[in-house]
Design a protein. Structure first.
Length: 114
């Protein structure tokens, strides 16, 4: 491999300066890319290793008890970004709507329909 390059004349000084600049810029570029890659991998490891807090009552392991009147049945439920809407059929035949906060489990409002 070295024999074929021994016969070549040395590079012109201008071209040698261009080659050195190119090598220097490639080294800088490679260094910046490695720093960026290490930052991305560090962020991924941090995100994976950080324990996630249960921020929703539907994903909480301990569950949540919502009080409904005696003899009432849950007819339907609907999810929104912040609220859970529960439709309840009361024992007397009327309906009640409960709006529950998904973050805290607190009943925000009740609406009775006769």
């Amino acid at each position: 491999m070295g024999a074929e390059y021994e016969d070549e004349p040395p590079l012109d000084p201008v071209l040698e300066n261009v080659r050195r600049k190119l090598v220097r810029r490639m080294a800088w570029s490679l260094g910046i890319m490695m720093i960026g890659l290490m930052a991305v991998l560090g962020a991924i490891v941090y995100k994976i290793s950080t324990p996630q807090q249960a921020s929703d009552i539907l994903s909480a392991e301990e569950g949540l008890v919502i009080d409904i009147p005696d003899g009432a049945d849950v007819v339907s439920s609907s999810l929104d970004e912040d609220f859970l809407l529960i439709t309840i059929r009361l024992a007397d035949g009327g309906y009640q709507l409960l709006s529950v906060d998904r973050k805290t489990g607190e009943t925000r409002s009740q609406l009775e329909l006769q």
